[in-house]
Design a protein around this ligand. Sequence first.
Ligand code: SF4
Length: 657
Amino acid sequence: MVFSLSLYLIILKLNPNLSNLLIIFTLRSIIKAIEDKMGNEKFGKILKVNLKNKSFNERYINKNDVMTFLGGPGFAIDYLMKQKVFEYDPLSEKNPLVVMTGLLTSTSFPCSGFYSVSARSPLTTIYGEGLSGGFFGAELRKVLNGIIIENKADSPVYLKIEDDHYELKDASDLWGLTTDKTIQNLRSELGKNYKVTCIGTSGEINVPLASIINDHFRAVGRGGMGAVMGSKNLKAIAVKSSKKIDYFNEEKFNNISKSIFLSFKKSAMGDVLKNFGTNNIDYFERLADVPHKNWTLHKWKGVNEISGSVVLERLHVKSRPCYLCPFSCGREIEIKEGPYKISNAACSEYETTAAFGAMCLISNVEAIAYMNHLCNTMGVDTISAGCTIAFAMDCYEKSILTQDDIGFPLEWGDADAAIKLLNLMCKKEGIGKILSNGSRKASEIIGNGSEEFLAEIKGLEAPMHDPRAIFPLGLQYATSNRGACHLRGFANDLYSGFTGFNEALKISKEKPIKERTIDNPEFARDVAISQNLSEINNALGICRQSISSGSQIVENLLDLILDEIYYLIEIKLALSELMEIGERIFNLKRVFNNKCGITKKDDRIPPRLKFPLEKGRVKDKVLTIDLMLEEYYKFRGWDVNGIPTKNKLFELKIENY
Ligand code: SF4
């Protein structure tokens, strides 16, 4: 601003006739500088809702916010740190629920319907977050970039948002309903144009595995965000807007979006996802990527009975893509008769199929679909639920849990016993009271050596990609900020040839299995950079497929994303600046976790992931990450205990938190 004024005075002195033009130029510069500092519609706004006194406060986002954190979980961790949420109990009023959309959410960029929910996790007691696609996030972003929900309502409420009108409404009629009924009832009362996200009955009773479900089929699954929402007596958020996203240059933005969309749509990967969703379990089996029988078997013939092609044959599949998605992995199914009869149900994704199927040795595709539906309607994370049941089956086999403890036999492969147990967990009844806490806490209660059957890191059950076949994935799981996670980093895609950004980020390319199954410190850098990219992915609010598969299809995808950011908000970032934002978000989450007590001792591989398999492609491999972890800390600028150094925090401009 000072520069603009000085320039104006100098030029005016040289040529007085230019004065009008210069006045306009100067005024525009001044207004822009003020807007960038104060925030404005261009960057959007965040709503703060106080459930106790029913008040609403809005704050505009400014240029600095975007340059520092982009959006999504970036804004969330900034807020959680500033509020010192690491000091409070996850189910206390002091733990806010931070719902954020990403910078590109709701734009014409393909797969940009994502939103995030962050809070201190009741499952892991560290930083928790989940992201979800569908349509809710896209609708919300038209009005708000995010909502911070504080305190607790005296009785059940839901938040209604219609453009700039916000209202907390009585939800006593909705309390006690499943997620599908809640969404259905709200939309018939408010109108079909409303998009809804909500908790089920498990969230209401604060089950630590509770999820949040939007648009019937999409879940903020991991880390118990649904329990935090339930602890606030908040049943749902319903949003409708007639507004449009404000672009700096809409035409240029749309041109890029359109060409990416078409490339995605006609790609071979697009065909696979459209036909089989993510459930390519038979293909993953060939890569030694699928865990079976709580990580203790190398192979299982039941995989062929629960694969994507069997689902397609038997379960009346219909396509159900998220907002503006050309890949369309989301699907709806129906089971018309029999004990597992369901309709309008989400089709199980790979993770769910493996968690209930391969992990528990359940080869009944209908039963798996039914368990998926139970989880979605009661509102519980499918990965943690399936893996905790597998842990309980392991305990039962070793007589650490008995029929008396459980109330019925719990043999491997017994679908009906698994369904009974899942119901108990969702309702916190019987043995479910213990197991609904997730496997780590359950093992602490059960004792008797049950910790040997655990496959969790920082309290989060490991997802369904086997790091014994990709050691760098083990490093990613061990260091992931929300606990073991395949979605916070791209280690499983990097070395299998599923990504195309390797050259742009100067990281390794596809490697044969024997080169991936070594504790090689060279992998540390790849893993760290891919975790930073993952933070960008989420802060942009776009589906992970659009970065992993997408970068394989569109060669210069990251450059195009930088162009899109410019055409949206007139900020030109270099790739290195974008990656630094990702690094900043990752490190700030780590600082949050350090304050919750996380150090090197927690960046570890649990017993079941070290279990050597007797046969198969990774026979006798014992997963170790010691060398990679040492190098990882060095590359990240952390000390030997896994704490970011002052220099690193200073370099990332987060030294003052
Ligand atoms: S690829 Fe699947 S999860 Fe991603 S946006 Fe498309 S339908 Fe949604």
